[in-house]
Design a protein around this ligand. Structure first.
Ligand SMILES: [Mg+2]
Length: 194
């Protein structure tokens, strides 16, 4: 039995697809492949400040459009397999705690009886907690994630990582504790846990 961290945005929830429907992205004709970083200030074609980039996420999570977000297609089947193998699954997300209730509600609708707990990093807030600290507090043994914003933090904590291939994490190379996968069938924790 392993304790597994499952990220929320882009691993369980197709968040970027929905955010791209907001006016600023449509106005600038931004496609998913243009999102080379989850820090929107780094998306060249978008050309927005750090503050506006952060606001895009906060506005979206606070809006009713949040409820239109679709689940990632492959996720439920894979998570059920992991659950059947007696692994304990936790949702650990960069989202702020102010969106806790709606996040838990949506995840439980799409992925019922899968998760043993929810943790929030509060990214961009004063009480932000690092991924490695959350992992250590919960004794997480393996991550399934797409974001490489905290790559150094996780690597220095020696936590194995299955990285889902996305436009914003190209360029990150596999190493002993990081395995990049690009499809559901490749999400195999036996890379790290026998
Ligand atoms: Mg994510």
């Amino acid at each position: 039995m392993a304790k597994i961290w499952v990220d929320c945005d882009e691993v369980l929830s197709e968040t970027i697809d929905e955010i791209l429907k907001r006016w600023v992205f449509k106005w600038k004709n931004i496609k998913k492949t243009d999102i080379n970083s989850y820090f929107l200030r780094d998306v060249k074609k978008l050309n927005i400040t750090k503050e506006i980039g952060i606001e895009q996420f906060f506005w979206f999570f606070a809006s009713d459009d949040f409820f239109k977000t679709k689940p990632v297609k492959w996720a439920l089947k894979k998570l059920k397999e992991l659950k059947k193998q007696w692994h304990k699954l936790y949702v650990v997300t960069a989202r702020a705690e102010q969106f806790k209730d709606k996040t838990i509600e949506r995840v439980n609708i799409h992925f019922p009886w899968i998760f043993s707990g929810f943790l929030f990093m509060n990214q961009f807030k004063q009480n932000e907690v690092s991924k490695s600290k959350l992992c250590k507090d919960l004794w997480i043994e393996i991550l399934i994630d797409d974001s490489v914003n905290n790559l150094k933090d996780i690597n220095s904590a020696w936590i194995p990582w299955i990285l889902l291939d996305k436009p914003w994490n190209r360029g990150v190379e596999d190493w002993e504790l990081l395995k990049r996968v690009d499809s559901r069938d490749d999400v195999d924790i036996s890379y790290f846990i026998k």
